[in-house]
Design a protein around this ligand. Structure first.
Ligand SMILES: Nc1ncnc2c1ncn2[C@@H]1O[C@H](COP(=O)(O)OP(=O)(O)O)[C@@H](O)[C@H]1O
Ligand SMILES: [Mg+2]
Length: 282
């Protein structure tokens, strides 16, 4: 009898759980942008997916879950943003443009040079707060930028969202570059997503070839085609390739995702194609 009562008590959601559930139920889709390696273009892809979705009329939130390297305020051009509280004490995300909002650990630290020195439980707790205590409102998409690898952050996001009953399983986009070492690590990301029963949206091959600005010929600096091959081998979708484009570097440095440039270049078209496939899939 006592045991039964304990069990019942354990299953009664507390106020915090209810709040988390309420918050998550306003989010229709979650897209986690992952990779095995750092520097392959996760934040770039994340920013362009988020901006591209906004341009298509969706309401989008960006959760910067790269706690030790929170780049999204810079990449989205809102480094001066501040997290405010609403009248109920919930956190208001930083507005990037209409229908695009961002939350990042970068807004909680003193200066952009200050390192975040936290262990796993602390990271889990801040990620939970970003999902539970932020007033996201109704979102069509929550796009999550992650650190490289299969550590605490992607695990926390996936578990928190999946444990909240009735919410859709998060989708995973795995970004890789074409070299063997990057592909080796991105295979791990796919297996990780599988183990967590995420919906694997597919693999993006970034830094795939470079069009010479002088002669227009394509140079395969890091090789090409490995992402597609890995996707085929692993039985997941190949979402598309993005070339190396100096415009992407300038866009990232200036806080203007390249997709917003609207210049009709092959790089913008590559992002658009990836976006359309993702939208179709979710
Ligand atoms: N396709 C690309 N062409 C040129 N530069 C790129 C491309 N993708 C990413 N970059 C640049 O590479 C750097 C690392 O990208 P980033 O998105 O920060 O990687 P990650 O988040 O995986 O560590 C950034 O300076 C970014 O502008
Ligand atoms: Mg990054």
């Amino acid at each position: 009898m006592v045991k039964d009562l304990q069990q019942i008590q354990e299953h009664v959601p507390d106020d915090k759980e209810k709040k988390l559930h309420k918050s998550l139920s306003g989010i229709r889709n979650t897209i986690m942008v992952m990779s095995g390696k750092g520097g392959v273009g996760k934040s770039t892809v994340c920013a362009n997916i988020a901006m591209g979705l906004t341009q298509k009329g969706y309401r989008v939130g960006v959760l910067d879950a790269d706690i030790h390297g929170p780049d999204m305020p810079k990449v989205l051009g809102v480094e001066d943003g501040k997290l405010m509280a609403d009248e109920d004490g919930n956190i208001l995300p930083v507005r990037v443009v209409e229908n695009l909002e961002l939350v990042s650990v970068a807004y909680l630290i003193d200066s952009r040079d200050t390192p975040v020195i936290w262990r796993g439980p602390m990271k889990h707790s801040v990620i939970k707060q970003f999902l539970r205590d932020v007033n996201w409102g109704e979102l069509d998409f929550l796009v999550v930028d992650l650190p490289p690898g299969t550590g605490d952050e992607p695990l926390s996001i996936a578990q928190i969202i999946k444990n909240s009953q009735g919410t859709a399983s998060p989708g995973a986009v795995v970004v890789t570059t074409p070299q063997d070492v990057a592909l080796l690590d991105s295979r791990k990301s796919v297996q990780f997503a599988r183990a967590l029963e995420l919906k694997i949206l597919g693999i993006v091959e970034n830094m795939s070839g470079f069009a010479c600005p002088h002669c227009g010929e394509s140079i395969d600096l890091f090789k090409v085609g490995g992402g597609r091959k890995a996707a085929e081998e692993l039985g997941v979708s190949f979402l598309g390739s993005i070339p190396i484009d100096p415009g992407i570097v300038t866009g990232t440095d200036e806080g203007k995702p390249f997709i917003a440039s609207g210049d009709g270049s092959s790089t913008v078209k590559a992002f658009e194609k990836i976006l359309d496939t993702i939208i179709e899939d979710v």
